[in-house]
Design a protein around this ligand. Structure first.
Ligand code: KDG
Ligand code: MG
Length: 401
């Protein structure tokens, strides 16, 4: 089966998404998510200028060879733009392979290892009372795992929290500037988690995302303070460019650690996994080389007692979510899948077979990934520049967001 066309579609049904659609001579098509939040057009250009011309005329069945060709053939390896583009191609080719076989992709990955993919929802509160209301709502909706994020007294804006209905951090063409205080955060958070645990008991899995803001020794202190409340994971406590930094956290606390949403390849987490410095690896299909490469990361993790915890914020399109669920239902070391539901407009642009029920997402049994893009509808939502915020300390120093 030969690739005859590949289209890059940028659409903004409430937020920006970049999608690759590959077309074959036999009429089968496949889709891949190519969304890199705040840098959507860079990936679109990379695909259009440098990848699509190479795809035309290739055998759509040669998924591995195409991955190697785009990775090794670029000479400039890795990086989020390159790897997101490769992810899109890889995912679309798996979609086509599944349709050709008449099977959902998880059947090509070894079949189901479980009945449903356990998801965690987001409970966000500007203060502790509103956070408790949100946790209660999610538990009543069936969630067994809840990520808790809270406002911090003295800080106007904190990652994960807003007073609007839908939290969307990429909120302005020029990055919004927010002020950060590690001291205020470390002082406040343990009390918040204590309240949530006290209110809801041991039956619910609780998670928290630090969003890359601490140093290893600060993260170690936080992990220790949170031990009595038995978090399922503390996410991205420290920026992970320096993987050895995680040794310091590990030395001091038994709070489990989850990392990986900004990683692009297995090399970003190889030491973290091999040294068992983390408990959950959170790479996504869209940013970590597609189904082919993420499966390798998961397999390395499985050998080292590390479970999966796939990133699933709203900037992973429904195409990424569909692919993530195909992996999640089949991976032996699956842990949790993040679930931050998309808007109705986004769901309409990306019709999909997956569905939420009682704390689980189910990928469905449609051949391929079970997702598509409605190109006519997509054309009605033009791209709108939107960047993620930046953080500064009170004295103006730029800090990780
Ligand atoms: O684009 C950035 C978001 O995907 C990220 O801020 C969300 O940290 C995140 C999470 O865990 O969902
Ligand atoms: Mg995160």
């Amino acid at each position: 089966m030969i690739i005859t066309d590949a289209r890059v579609i940028v659409t903004s049904p409430g937020r920006n998404f970049t999608t690759l659609k590959i077309v074959t001579d036999e009429g089968l098509t496949g889709v891949g998510d190519a969304t890199l939040n705040g840098r959507e057009l860079a990936v679109a250009a990379y695909l259009t200028e440098h990848v699509v011309p190479l795809l035309i005329g290739r055998d759509a069945g040669r998924i591995e060879d195409t991955w190697q060709y785009l990775y090794k053939g670029a000479y400039w390896r890795r990086g989020p733009v390159t790897m997101t583009a490769i992810s899109a191609v890889d995912t679309a080719l798996w979609d086509i392979k599944g349709k050709q076989a008449g099977l959902p992709v998880h059947q090509l990955l070894g079949g189901r290892s479980r009945d449903g993919v356990t998801v965690y929802g987001h409970a966000n509160g500007t203060d502790t009372d509103s956070l408790l209301t949100e946790v209660d709502r999610l538990i009543r909706e069936g969630y067994r795992a809840v990520r808790v994020q809270s406002g911090v007294p003295g800080l106007e804006k904190v990652y994960g929290v807003s007073d609007r209905d839908v939290y969307e951090p990429a909120d302005s063409a020029v990055p919004t500037e927010t002020v950060w205080s590690t001291e205020a955060y470390l002082d406040h958070l343990p009390g918040v988690v204590a309240r949530v645990r006290e209110e809801f008991g041991p039956g619910v899995k609780l998670l928290h995302d630090v969003h890359h803001r601490l140093t290893p020794i600060e993260a170690a202190r936080l992990g220790k303070a949170l031990e009595p409340y038995a978090l399922t994971w503390l996410e991205d406590p420290v920026p992970a460019e320096l993987q050895s930094g995680y040794r310091i956290i590990r030395r001091h606390t038994t709070t489990p650690i989850a990392v990986g949403e900004v990683f692009n390849t297995i090399w970003d987490c190889a030491d973290l996994i091999r040294e068992q410095l983390i408990d959950y690896i959170r790479c996504s299909v869209v940013h970590a080389g597609g189904i082919s490469h993420l499966r390798r990361i998961h397999d390395l993790a499985a050998l080292h007692h590390v479970r999966t915890g796939a990133h699933g914020a709203t900037d992973m399109s429904p195409v990424c979510m569909a692919a993530s669920l195909q992996l999640g239902i089949s991976a032996p070391n699956f842990g949790l899948q993040e679930h931050m539901p998309h808007t109705a407009e986004t769901d309409a642009v990306f019709p999909h077979a997956y569905r939420y029920a009682d704390g689980y997402l189910h990928p469905g049994d449609e051949p391929g990934l079970g997702v598509d893009i409605d190109e006519d509808l997509a054309a009605r939502y033009p791209y709108k520049a939107a960047s993620l915020p930046v953080n500064r300390l009170a004295d103006g120093t730029l800090h990780s967001w």
